[in-house]
Ligand binder design. Structure first.
Ligand code: G3H
Ligand code: ZN
Length: 285
């Protein structure tokens, strides 16, 4: 089916207590694997391209590839531009057919974050594209966005209502203790904070930094009302590990690249299917 917006794909999440996975991809094999995993569970899915992935693959190429993948299956697929700080790129992505973008002005002060996010919402409206934005600062490293422990900041629930109202966003990324990249120690999620945020807004909430979050924490977040959960690093690491393994196992005379990279599809599909079971989105397509 045709690509769907983030607003549509998250519409029933809170009331039906499930979250839709947002999975980062960097090429054809992992993107196809993500779709495959979602199809195997009859689940909606969000394919996320970072600015780095877009620069690597090409904006039109990403849009064309994922549009084609979505149209070949019967589950809802959303194409999302992740953590975008380049507003020209955001506008180009929207024009190109992305059905969701994340404007990441989380490093800016509150008023600037509101103004810049609202400007993107205004632009996106004409194209029927959804917008996610972040309030607070999720720590860790997401491509070239680095947030040190000292500068990471949890979302203040009191800041949420005005932010959601004035920006007009479709989904809100919250900082409640997860970090981007591998965890140095077990993550400690601030569930009291999440509870306050869920109570104070109807806006669908997004958990970033999903790689390495314990299963029970995921489940608790979803039960409390988290609508979208992002997973990137785990897929990237599995992709690289698979290539290393396939190169090691094959003789030098093997020159068909599909032998090396093809298995990435199944590996990613398995990871995605596992997350879908945890997030509760199986059979929600
Ligand atoms: O926006 C992307 C996600 O927050 C991914 O985080 O790489 O730690 O799984 P992760
Ligand atoms: Zn993120």
């Amino acid at each position: 089916m045709a690509l769907v917006t983030l607003k549509e794909i998250l519409a029933n999440t809170r009331k039906e207590h499930y979250a839709v996975g947002g999975f980062n991809f960097n090429g054809y094999e992992d993107a196809q694997g993500i779709i495959q995993g979602a199809v195997s569970k009859n689940s909606p899915v969000i394919l996320m391209a970072s600015m780095g992935a877009v620069k690597y693959i090409g904006l039109h190429q990403v849009a064309g590839m994922v549009k084609g993948m979505a149209e070949s299956v019967k589950i809802p697929v959303c194409l999302h531009l992740d953590h975008a700080t380049d507003y020209d790129l955001i506008r180009e992505a929207i024009k190109c057919g992305f059905t969701s973008v994340m404007v990441d002005a989380s490093a800016k002060d509150y008023e600037t974050n509101i103004a810049e996010s609202r400007a993107i919402v205004e632009f996106a409206k004409d194209y029927g594209c959804s917008v996610e934005a972040e309030l607070g600062k999720v720590g860790g490293k997401e491509e070239n966005i680095v947030v040190t422990d000292a500068s990471a900041a949890f979302t203040d629930p009191d800041d949420v209502p005005r932010y959601v109202e004035e920006t007009g966003i479709d989904a809100l990324a919250v900082a409640i203790g997860t970090v981007h990249g591998f965890y140095k120690s077990e993550p400690k999620l601030d569930f009291d904070r999440l509870e306050k945020i869920v109570k104070i807004t109807q806006c669908p909430l997004v958990l970033h930094g999903g790689s390495g979050v314990p299963v029970e924490d995921f489940k608790r977040c979803v039960q409390m009302g988290m609508s979208k959960i992002n997973v990137g690093t785990e897929l990237k690491a599995a992709y690289s590990k698979t290539i290393r393994k396939m190169v090691g196992e094959n003789p030098e005379s093997e020159f068909d690249p599909r032998k090396y990279v093809g298995p990435v599809k199944d590996v990613c599909a398995q990871i995605v299917a596992g997350k879908i079971d945890i997030f509760g989105s199986a059979d929600k397509a």
